[in-house]
Write a protein that binds this ligand. Sequence first.
Ligand SMILES: [Zn+2]
Length: 70
Amino acid sequence: MFGVISCPKCKRVTGADLKYKTKKCGRCSYTMKLNKVRIWTKTSDSKDLPELIKNITVEMAKPSIKPLDY
Ligand SMILES: [Zn+2]
């Protein structure tokens, strides 16, 4: 299972394999704990990740979105 997460430090949206406990941010190298960060959406197919990441990035850019509960 894969999850779409966003880095608490730099807000970069990225995909993570949820079988791991941590994911290192590709932009700021912050190590995210996957049980601590918000998982925006999940998918069982890694081929879906680029599309989902794009969608979540757009969602996050909207001013209407609620504050993130990290
Ligand atoms: Zn980051």
